[in-house]
Design a protein around this ligand. Structure first.
Ligand code: UDX
Length: 434
């Protein structure tokens, strides 16, 4: 089949490369000439494990190309996948302007019976609005579908190749059949639903996971009040299969490009349809307030940040990505600097512009290339992201016996007794251990 993916952001590039690997002819289309020029040279503007290799392989095989030319990309396409960004509008709902721009731009070039798929995360009802943009400009019959994306950053290629399910939202058999055929090599369960159900499923999946994280964070806060250890609690309740202990580590709150945005959008959408007292508003508020609360708590335990040297381990929002969107570092580091700390940051992949971390050239902030350098003479080691390099590091090697040092385990990744044995004062999440 001939496929065109509109939008060469994270989801677009991964999807284009994976569909090409099934043997289809795929064109990645973007209005950003610079992006297209670099993708033509297999340069991916972000870090995602295994993606560059897949891109190179598919380009070499002649199955994957990139263009800015709508006519060239659409006129021969059997399936067109819209994977453009949907930033949050000021009222919190998804701003669909890029989806609509793509719909209007592709419409005049459609070939007969082409299928236009919306993969971007959009609220229920969007397909009708997309149709209203395409119809006046199209000269042929076409079909619409909604196929949401559930991949995680850091394992996006793996997740796209091994999805737990493929959700296809459409109204016509022709769209279902072609899209099922497209996803057949994945050997995954296919859920055929109405477009609105597919769109709700995407929000529901992310809102559920974000709520689950918020729930265990709340339990962790209570554990700190009564001497319980949240890790014991997770173990104890996890044996109940209705609950499970997977995907459940407490921390600084969820971040990244999806959960914060999708929960806010679902809250705003709920309000817009008259459900004003909804759960999602509260989940969003609790997650937003979490960092402030934890930082005040840590500050109390270490005796304030003034004059302290802090080793900040993990700048991206999670491991195996250099994505800084809603990363804890972007909120914590400005606060540490404002409260008089010297901060030395380390991340295996993310090398953000210091301004993103609230630092100016005069700020007491630097980024180094090794954990050893970051931790040298640190008063406080803040282990924020569970990168394997950080979790497996031997902190005994950087222990300075001549002073008190704190290790804040913001992901509960370390064995508290072991950290204490090598001489650090251990602070975890939801574990009153000292
Ligand atoms: C998420 C969903 O997993 C994916 O299905 C969806 O399509 C996009 O959003 P992603 O944002 O890449 O993917 O990362 P994920 O690994 O799910 O983590 C999201 C955030 O939750 C991160 O900040 C992470 O640190 C946090 N998290 C995750 C927790 O705080 N505790 C957990 O137990 C799990």
């Amino acid at each position: 089949m001939n496929l065109t993916v509109i939008g060469t952001g994270f989801v677009g590039v991964v999807s284009a490369a994976v569909y090409a690997s099934f043997g289809h002819q795929v064109i990645g289309l973007d209005v950003d000439e610079k992006k297209v020029a670099s993708l033509r040279q297999s340069i991916v503007p972000f870090y995602e494990p295994n993606l560059t290799e897949l891109l190179v392989e598919q380009q070499k095989a002649g199955r994957l190309s990139f263009t800015t030319d709508y006519h060239a990309a659409i006129s021969d396409a059997d399936i067109i996948i819209i994977a453009v960004g949907t930033p949050s509008a000021p009222d919190g709902q998804a701003d669909l302007k890029y989806v609509f721009m793509a719909a209007e731009s592709l419409a005049p070039h459609l070939k007969s019976n082409a299928i236009v798929v919306v993969k971007s995360t959009v609220p229920p009802g969007t397909l009708d609005k997309v149709d209203a943009r395409i119809k006046p400009l199209a000269t042929v019959t076409y079909h619409l579908a909604s196929v949401p994306e559930f991949l995680r950053e850091g394992s996006a290629v793996y997740d796209t190749l091994h999805p737990s399910r493929v959700v296809i939202g459409a109204e016509h058999d022709e769209a279902f059949e072609k899209l099922e055929l497209l996803h057949k090599p994945l050997n995954a369960p296919v859920v055929r639903v109405k477009p609105e159900s597919a769109q709700m499923a995407k929000y529901a999946a992310n809102a559920y996971l974000a709520t689950r994280i918020t729930f265990i964070n709340q339990i962790a806060d209570l554990c700190e009040k009564n001497g319980a250890d949240v890790e014991d609690v997770i173990q104890a309740i996890g044996f109940d299969q209705r609950v499970g202990s997977h995907y459940w580590y407490p921390g600084l709150g969820y971040g990244g490009s999806c959960f914060p945005k999708d929960v806010k959008e679902l809250a705003a959408y709920s309000k817009a349809v008259g459900e004003t007292g909804n759960l999602f508003i509260k989940v969003n508020e609790l997650n937003d307030a979490r960092l402030e609360r934890l930082m005040a708590n840590f500050s109390r335990q270490v005796g304030g940040w003034q004059g302290k040297k802090v080793a900040f381990l993990g700048l991206s929002f999670k491991p195996h990505t250099d994505d800084m969107r809603e990363a804890p570092s972007t909120k914590i580091i400005p606060r540490l600097l404002a409260e008089g700390a010297t901060v030395v940051g380390y991340d295996p992949m993310a090398k953000p512009d210091p301004s993103l971390l609230g630092a100016t050239p005069d700020s007491a902030f630097s980024q180094v290339d090794t954990i050893e350098e970051a931790c040298q003479d640190a008063d406080v080691i803040l282990a924020v992201v569970e990168w394997p390099q950080i979790v497996s590091f031997d902190f005994a090697a950087v222990r300075n016996q001549s002073k008190q040092q704190w290790l804040i385990d913001a992901r509960n990744q370390f064995e508290p007794e072991m950290i204490k044995k090598i001489g650090f004062t251990y602070i975890g999440i939801g574990r009153s251990i000292n």
